[in-house]
Design a protein around this ligand. Structure first.
Ligand SMILES: [Zn+2]
Ligand SMILES: [Zn+2]
Length: 283
């Protein structure tokens, strides 16, 4: 039974937190072979054997036979009875995956911070299906808010025409278009960019894997959208780094292919924009 983050052995601990890296864990997120371990009551150390198909005591909450205290299996300490006793981790996940348990806002902020600083670590633990689009929309709103704050700041400092800028922000139509437009554009972008990444991976000879995986990777890349909007020379490589890290983990491909798959669609899009500008200039 090892820590899912640092692999430290988690036998006989009174607190459900890895002593090495401080990562919290839950005993019920592991499966055990029958009769290889016992579980101790956190109040009186009374031993119990695992009886259900996961090798855990059933039910998951019960009254201790000895001390009569209420016991939650997820917080019991686990003691190996044989040399080869083993606890197989069943659930990997991030706080965002378990946002209903850890709280919506802390989970969101944790996701943004971890994706921005250690995307590989985040994607190693992330599950693909739990709310990547929602995460992406919230990040898009966040970057819109940051951009508008900057805009308002520039108006105040008279860098931008104060009268027209202020009139623009005072117009309710702007806010309505923004409120509706941000999620629509963000979701369209996630699917479009995800599709092109998938297409490049296919061309590079990725044997299996589905289109959805690249879409999830792009959606989680939204964590660094504010940087992308405010400071593109820094934000763009950062964004490519996070998205390609997601593609690498979700699609099970190499780092090199993932980076290539993330860059090629952006280069094509950049070329299209340049061609368009050039054509407008000629006309
Ligand atoms: Zn650990
Ligand atoms: Zn007890």
């Amino acid at each position: 039974m090892n820590c899912t983050k640092c692999s430290y052995l988690l036998w006989d601990l009174r607190e459900c937190r890895c002593p090495e890296c401080a990562e919290p864990f839950d005993v019920t997120h592991y499966a055990f072979q029958p009769a290889c371990v016992h579980f101790a009551c956190p109040h009186c150390e009374q031993h119990y054997l695992g009886t259900d198909e996961m090798g855990l005591p059933a039910p998951r909450r019960f009254e201790c036979l000895r001390c009569r205290e209420s016991v939650d299996v997820s917080t019991m300490s686990v003691h190996p009875l044989t040399d080869d006793a083993f606890g197989e981790p069943q659930i990997h996940g991030t706080p965002w995956d378990y946002r209903d348990r850890v709280g919506f806002l802390p989970a969101l902020l944790d996701g943004v911070a971890r994706l921005a600083t250690q995307p590989g670590e985040y994607f190693r633990r992330a599950t693909r299906s739990r709310g990547s689009q929602l995460f992406s929309i919230l990040c898009a709103y966040l970057s819109a808010a940051v951009s508008i704050a900057l805009f308002a700041f520039l108006i105040k400092g008279h860098v931008i025409g104060a009268a027209s800028g202020a009139a623009f922000l005072a117009d309710p139509r702007f806010w309505i278009v923004l409120a509706i437009g941000v999620p629509v554009v963000q979701i369209a972008w996630n699917y479009m960019y995800g599709f092109f990444i998938f297409a490049v991976l296919k061309l590079l000879g990725l044997p299996s894997g589905d289109y959805d995986r690249s879409v999830h990777a792009v959606a989680y890349g939204s964590a660094v959208l504010p940087a992308l909007f405010l400071l593109p020379p820094v934000g763009l490589p950062w964004y490519i780094n996070v998205v390609s890290s997601g593609v690498e983990h979700f699609n099970g491909t190499t780092r090199g292919r993932a980076v290539l798959a993330a860059i090629v669609p952006l280069l094509l899009a950049g070329n299209l924009v340049l061609c368009f500008l050039f054509a407008t200039y000629l006309a």
